[in-house]
Design a protein around this ligand. Structure first.
Ligand code: PLP
Length: 217
């Protein structure tokens, strides 16, 4: 896949303009709706992180792919219902959409007594959009503390999806500020249309779909 090389070059260029660090963010391929052969092509082109939005779709594709490529890391980047927690933890290595106390509590219960290498990102609804998942900014501080201190969840960082009709930079800045206050290292922010801005503002994980795979049908 030639697109991978192109995106990787743009990532390196933007990393050099990152105001916080020159560290290159991870490239996560958002593979929702992609057939297995397209995903295999992406793997051959060097991508090791993948994100899926729906558990049911992921269950159809990923158990076989992961058998063939055990070193890949699969992230859930779509909303998680509490009745799907068990299945999500069985398939995904990283959950990027932890966004409410009830969900956090159920995850913590499932992990209790198990040795697990799962990692979690808290999704923040930086644009306070009613239809969008994510915890509201004003509730995020308390939620982070609750997840880490009370529930002992391994929270690696924060994730956001800025409103489609606004400049993304203030949203990335807000996410970074909250993460910084809690000493969280990971910032999952930036998609096909705005990943270069996100990288300049400290992203450690860009989630790219269309720019890698082409427009979704
Ligand atoms: C689909 C999706 C992406 C990738 O979006 P593109 O605009 O296709 O790059 C990133 N993050 C999430 C949560 C998504 O659902």
């Amino acid at each position: 896949m030639n697109e991978t090389k192109n995106i990787q070059q743009r990532i390196i260029k933007s990393s050099n303009n990152n105001i916080l660090s020159k560290k290159k963010p991870a490239l996560l391929a958002a593979s929702k709706g992609q057939a297995i052969d397209r995903i295999e092509q992406a793997i051959q082109s060097g991508i090791t992180l993948f994100g899926e939005n729906r558990i049911q779709d992921a269950q159809k594709k990923w158990p076989d792919i992961l058998k063939r490529h055990p070193d890949l890391e699969l992230h859930l980047i779509g909303p998680l219902q509490t009745n799907k927690v068990k299945e999500a933890l069985e398939l995904f290595h990283v959950i990027q959409t932890l966004d409410r106390p009830k969900l956090a509590e159920i995850i913590a219960k499932h992990l209790e007594g198990h040795h697990s290498s799962h990692r979690f990102f808290i999704q923040v609804n930086t644009g306070e959009e009613p239809q969008k998942a994510g915890i509201l900014p004003q509730e995020t501080d308390a939620f982070i503390v609750y997840c880490i201190k009370e529930l002992k969840l391994p929270v690696a960082g924060l994730m956001c999806i800025p409103p489609a009709d606004q400049p993304p930079a203030p949203h990335f800045a807000l996410l970074r500020q909250i993460a910084y206050q809690h000493d969280l290292q990971e910032l999952s922010m930036g998609m096909s249309d705005d990943f270069e801005t996100a990288i300049r503002m400290g992203s450690t994980c860009v989630r790219i779909g269309r720019a890698l795979f082409g427009e979704r049908l």
